[in-house]
Design a protein around this ligand. Structure first.
Ligand SMILES: C[S@@+](CC[C@H](N)C(=O)[O-])C[C@H]1O[C@@H](n2cnc3c(N)ncnc32)[C@H](O)[C@@H]1O
Length: 437
C-alpha cells in the first residue's frame, strides 16, 4: 500500500497566501489605520514568515495600497468595454469596493501600473493590449492621469490651486501627479562636524546604495542604515530632505533660545539642537507625552543636555521658562503644525485614503489656535516659523494670510513649498515671519 506523506506548502505559496490574506483583512477594516504600523502588528503574529518574506510582502502590499483605486478603475472599465467617467466613478468609490475585484486580475493590474510588463495569459493579454491602446488618452486627460497614478480625481481642484499658487505649468502639474506613484530615497542628515563625503564613502563600501549629490546624502534600495556602525556612532540621522530644509529656514545659531512647539518624537528638535551645539536651549513641547518620551531618549543618546520637554496643547500661551522670560521671549519659535500630511503620500500612500475635506477643516482650526497662542512667545525681532507637510493652499499660504491679518506686529520674510515636482522628497511648506513690535 502506498503511504501518503503530508507535504507542507511551498514557501512561495505561503508568502502568496499571507499577502492575500493580509490584503483582504486591510481593505475590510472599518476604520483605516496607518498601514505600516498595522502591518508590523500583523507580522508579530505570523511566526512562519522569514524576515525576507515579510520584506517582500510589505513591498507588494505597499504597491497595492498605492494603486488600489487605479486597479479597480481599469478592471471595471475593461469589463464594461470603455473608460468610465473618472469623476463620476471616483465620487462613488470606496476603498472597500476593491474587495470585489478578482485576485488574479488585481495583481495583474498592480504589476502593470507600477510600470512593469506582466507576463500574461490569454485573458490578461487582452487587458494589456487594451490598456496600451489607451495610453495616449490617459496621458492627455488630467482626470485619467491622476487616477492612473493613484491621485483621486476629486482632489484635482485643490491640486490646481497649488499649481496656480506655485506658478506650475500644466506639464509641471502632470509631473507632480506622476511622481506621487514613485518611491522616494531615504535621506540622511549628517550631524554638524561630520564629513558627509567621507560618510558617503563608508556607506558605499558596505554595499549600501548611497548617493551624494550637491551635499545631499541619500540611500536607495531598502538597506536598513540604522544597522550601520556609523549610525551607532551617532554620525547621522534619517530625515527627509524637505524636513531638513525646514530646519535650515529656522536659521538657529549657537546661544539662541528656541521653542519647537509641535515637537513630536523630535525629528526637527534633534536637528535644531545639533545646530546649537549645546549653546542655548531648545524647549520641545507636544500634545502627546509619549512622543516626548521618545524625544528624551533620542536626546540622551545624542548627548544634547540643553533640551527641555513638557506637554502643551496649544490652547493657551506658554508659561515661559525663567531664562526665556528674562529675554522677553524665544529667538525662534517653530510651529511644525499638525496637518493633513498630504505631502507625505509618496512614503505613506495609505494616508491618501484617509484624506477628507472634514479633516482638512479640523486641521485648519487647530493650526490657527496653535499659531495664535505660539506667536505670543516670540521676542521682538525674533522669528516665527510655520511649517506643514501638506501641499494644500488652505493649510499653508491661506493660513499665513490669516495670521498676518490678525497679528499686525509680524511681517513675512518668505514662504515656499519644498519638494513639489522639483525635488525627490516629501512636499512641505515653510513660512518665516519676523516679529517687528
Ligand atoms: C507634524 S507633527 C510634528 C513632527 C515633528 N516636529 C518632527 O519633526 O518629527 C505635528 C505634531 O503636533 C502635535 N499636535 C497635535 N495637536 C497639537 C496641539 N493641539 N498642540 C500641540 N501639539 C499638537 C502632534 O502630536 C504631532 O506630534
Amino acid at each position: 500500500m502506498k503511504r501518503r506523506c503530508k507535504k507542507s506548502p511551498h514557501p512561495q505559496l505561503i508568502v502568496t497566501m499571507a499577502r492575500k490574506s493580509l490584503w483582504s483583512k486591510w481593505i475590510e477594516l472599518d476604520e483605516l489605520k496607518p498601514f505600516d504600523r498595522w502591518l508590523k502588528a500583523q507580522f508579530k503574529h505570523s511566526g512562519n514568515l522569514a524576515r525576507q518574506d515579510k520584506l517582500a510582502i510589505s513591498r507588494e502590499l505597499f504597491v497595492a495600497v498605492k494603486f488600489v483605486q487605479a486597479a479597480d478603475y481599469f478592471e471595471a472599465s475593461f469589463s464594461q468595454g470603455e473608460l468610465l467617467d473618472p469623476i463620476a466613478w471616483d465620487r462613488n468609490w470606496h476603498l472597500s469596493n476593491a474587495q470585489y475585484i478578482q485576485s488574479k486580475e488585481f495583481w495583474f493590474w498592480l504589476t502593470l501600473l507600477q510600470g512593469e510588463e506582466p507576463s500574461v495569459t490569454n485573458g490578461e493579454n487582452k487587458r494589456l493590449q487594451w490598456f496600451k491602446s489607451l495610453l495616449g488618452k490617459i496621458n492627455s486627460q488630467l482626470e485619467l492621469l491622476a487616477l492612473r497614478y493613484g491621485v483621486r480625481p476629486s482632489w484635482l481642484p485643490i491640486l490646481t490651486q497649488r499649481a496656480i499658487a506655485s506658478s506650475w505649468s500644466d506639464e509641471e502639474l502632470k509631473s507632480f501627479i506622476k511622481n506621487q506613484a514613485m518611491s522616494l530615497p531615504i535621506y540622511l542628515r549628517p550631524l554638524v562636524g561630520v564629513d558627509s563625503e567621507q560618510l558617503f564613502k563608508e556607506l558605499k563600501s558596505q554595499d549600501i546604495k548611497a548617493d551624494y549629490n550637491h551635499g545631499v546624502l541619500s540611500v536607495n534600495g531598502g538597506a536598513d542604515v540604522t544597522r550601520t556602525s556609523q549610525f551607532a556612532l551617532g554620525q547621522f540621522e534619517v530625515q527627509d530632505l524637505a524636513s531638513q530644509q525646514i530646519v535650515q529656514a529656522v536659521d538657529v545659531r549657537a546661544g539662541m533660545k528656541v521653542w519647537d512647539c509641535c515637537a513630536g518624537a523630535g525629528g526637527k528638535t534633534m536637528a535644531l539642537a545639533d545646530h546649537l551645539q549645546n549653546k542655548g536651549s531648545v524647549t520641545a513641547t507636544d500634545l502627546h507625552s509619549y512622543k516626548l518620551d521618545e524625544l528624551k531618549k533620542r536626546a540622551k543618546r545624542a548627548g544634547y543636555f540643553n533640551i527641555r520637554t513638557f506637554t502643551w496643547d496649544g490652547k493657551q500661551a506658554l508659561n515661559l521658562p525663567n531664562d526665556v522670560k528674562r529675554q522677553n521671549g524665544f529667538d525662534r519659535v517653530l510651529v511644525d503644525a499638525p496637518c493633513t500630511s498630504a505631502g507625505t503620500w509618496r512614503r505613506n500612500p495609505d494616508a491618501k485614503w484617509r484624506f477628507s475635506q472634514a479633516d482638512t477643516e479640523e486641521q485648519i482650526a487647530i493650526q490657527q489656535t496653535i499659531l495664535a497662542n505660539a506667536q505670543a512667545s516670540v521676542r521682538k525681532n525674533g522669528k516665527l516659523v510655520y511649517a506643514t507637510c501638506s501641499w494644500q493652499l488652505a493649510e499653508n499660504e491661506a493660513q499665513v494670510s490669516w495670521f498676518l491679518d490678525k497679528f499686525k506686529n509680524f511681517q513675512l520674510d518668505f514662504q515656499k513649498t519644498l519638494g513639489g515636482f522639483e525635488q525627490e522628497s516629501d512636499t512641505m511648506f515653510v513660512a518665516v515671519l519676523t516679529r517687528t513690535a
